[in-house]
Write a protein that binds this ligand. Sequence first.
Ligand code: HEC
Length: 123
Amino acid sequence: MFSSRTVIFLAFIAASSISWACSSGASSKSKPYVLANDQTYEATLFRQNCAVCHGREGEGTVLPNGTVIPSLRDAHHKFNTRAEIFNQITHGGNGMTPFDRQLTDKERQLLTDLVYSKLRGGK
Ligand code: HEC
């Protein structure tokens, strides 16, 4: 028969494979959004234009010169509506460069949606 250690070992394997199956399930709604895995055009725009300040995942940082770059993911934001976010991307301000010349209206709209829906989970 199995020794009790073998049984405990098998139970451990079973439990860990169940939790693995749950956390890796594609349908898992709680799975956090990972920008680095997003191959859309807007995610590429973010990597090219925004990550230098806001970080690869939009997590924010403090630059060497002391400028505080806000996280684009946190629950608390200065700008909340799509219009406010679009306006910030267009005109910048307070340490952020404006993007009205670098990016088209459509591109700034796509980035607004990325921040609002994907990073902040808004509908
Ligand atoms: C030069 C650094 C820099 C770059 C590049 C930059 N940002 Fe910012 N961003 C900032 C700073 C600093 C703030 C804070 C402004 C303030 O407090 O008014 C900010 C604020 C924001 C906010 C508002 C955050 C809030 O709390 O509501 C959004 C949204 C945003 N940035 C999106 C973007 C996007 C999208 C891009 C790329 C197109 C981008 N930023 C590029 C520095 C930058």
